[in-house]
Every structure is written in C-alpha cells, then in structure tokens.
Design a protein around this ligand. Sequence first.
Ligand SMILES: Nc1nc2c(c(=O)[nH]1)N(C=O)[C@@H](CNc1ccc(C(=O)N[C@@H](CCC(=O)O)C(=O)O)cc1)CN2
Ligand SMILES: Nc1ncnc2c1ncn2[C@@H]1O[C@H](COP(=O)(O)OP(=O)(O)OP(=O)(O)O)[C@@H](O)[C@H]1O
Length: 193
Amino acid sequence: MAAPQISPLDQQKKDLRRRFAQERHRLTPDEQERLSGRLLDAVLQTKYQVIAAVWPLPGEVDLRPFCHRLHASGRQVALPETPPRGNPLIFRQWTPETILFEGRFGTQYPDGGLIKPDLVLVPFLAFDRQGFRLGYGGGYYDRTLAQLHVPAIGFGYSGQEVKEIPVGSYDVPLSVIVTEQETIRIKHEKMKD
Ligand SMILES: Nc1nc2c(c(=O)[nH]1)N(C=O)[C@@H](CNc1ccc(C(=O)N[C@@H](CCC(=O)O)C(=O)O)cc1)CN2
Ligand SMILES: Nc1ncnc2c1ncn2[C@@H]1O[C@H](COP(=O)(O)OP(=O)(O)OP(=O)(O)O)[C@@H](O)[C@H]1O
C-alpha cells in the first residue's frame, strides 16, 4: 500500500511531537506544586465559574490536586470526554465524589452531567511565546475552542517551550500560558498572520 500523503506542516508537527512525547517526565513534586499554585492564581483572578481541567495522562502535569482546590474554592470543575476523532470534546461536571470511566486513548472521564465550560485549561506537548501549542495531533482542543469561543489558558512546564511551533490555519492561539516558572500573557498584536 502506498504511504499516506502528509503535508510538510503535519510532518514538522509529527517530528516535534515525537521529540516532546519522550521528554515529559521532568517535573519534581515541588515544581508540580508551583505550577498548580500559579494556575489556581490565574484562574481565580478571572470571573469564570465553570473551568475545564484535565485528568492526567501518563507523564503529564498532574492537575488532580488543582481540581480539588478549585472545587474547594467554589468554582465548578469540568473534565473532557474524548469523542471519536474529528469531533470536539464533550465536558462533564466533576466533584471529589465523582466516579471516573475509562475513555479513548487512555483518558478518563467523569460520570457527571454535561456542562459547558466558560474557561478551558489546555494541555500541550510543546508551546511557544506567541501562544501556539502542539497537542497529541487529534485536533480536539482546536475544534473545541473553535466551537465554544471561550478563553483558554495553556499549562505545562518551562522545558516544553520552543522558539516557534509550526502553525496551521486551524490552530487557535492561547491568551495565557502558565508554567512552574512564569505566567505568560500573550499580547494579541504579536500573533502570527
Ligand atoms: N490529560 C489529557 N486529557 C485529554 C487530552 C490531553 O492532551 N491530556 N486531550 C488532548 O487532546 C484529549 C484526548 N486526546 C488525545 C488524542 C490523541 C491521543 C493519542 O493519539 N495518543 C497516543 C499516544 C501519544 C503519546 O503518548 O505520545 C496513543 O494513544 O497511541 C491521546 C489523547 C482530551 N483529554
Ligand atoms: N476546527 C477544526 N476543524 C477541522 N479540522 C481541524 C480543526 N482543528 C484542527 N483540525 C485538524 O485536526 C488535525 C490535527 O490538528 P493538530 O495537528 O493541530 O492537533 P493538535 O493541536 O496537536 O491536537 P489537540 O488539539 O488534540 O491537542 C489536523 O489535520 C487539523 O487540520
């Protein structure tokens, strides 16, 4: 069978993804704690009430303690359910009592009601200072943000920064990125065409 056609952009993303998929087990408990604290500060500074977080995949930043703290602060926590490829994410309410089910690609999703977040926290494999990110390649967050039209805060660790993420027409830039070292607020006029 002939190899499937892949565009130069998708090939660049694939190469970068391969590099960063292996480099993710790098945060110490202390750094995890600093990142969670920064993210909580950034979220609590906003007026948004329904916050979409994520339940960690292996090697990712662990937002579970953050989810508990966010819930304790009185905001509502939503977690994604991953639909078949090509669809946006679905969000369900989570509380500390919620049971989680096994979902696609090793993800877990809550046994809670459907809920529309007004702020989405977005994981990534790599990011740049213009607010662009590289995900697992499902396009899930790009589709979700295009549909919801709500603000998005990216989170990860400082070692995931690259000079320039290869950008396609569907990529939706983040307005804030939080790492264990800093909270980067992206000025929109600096964004790429
Ligand atoms: N914690 C967490 N939850 C999340 C995401 C995420 O990045 N992190 N997602 C963000 O979109 C969605 C799930 N999307 C995914 C899309 C593709 C693959 C995937 O292809 N995984 C490969 C292994 C990739 C690797 O380990 O490098 C596989 O299962 O073969 C995984 C998740 C929703 N939930
Ligand atoms: N809003 C959209 N509508 C249609 N196709 C889209 C949309 N967003 C992304 N895609 C497509 O999805 C595929 C994967 O996109 P991309 O490589 O940017 O994923 P990613 O950002 O790494 O993944 P994720 O968003 O799940 O973390 C690409 O072929 C892209 O063209």
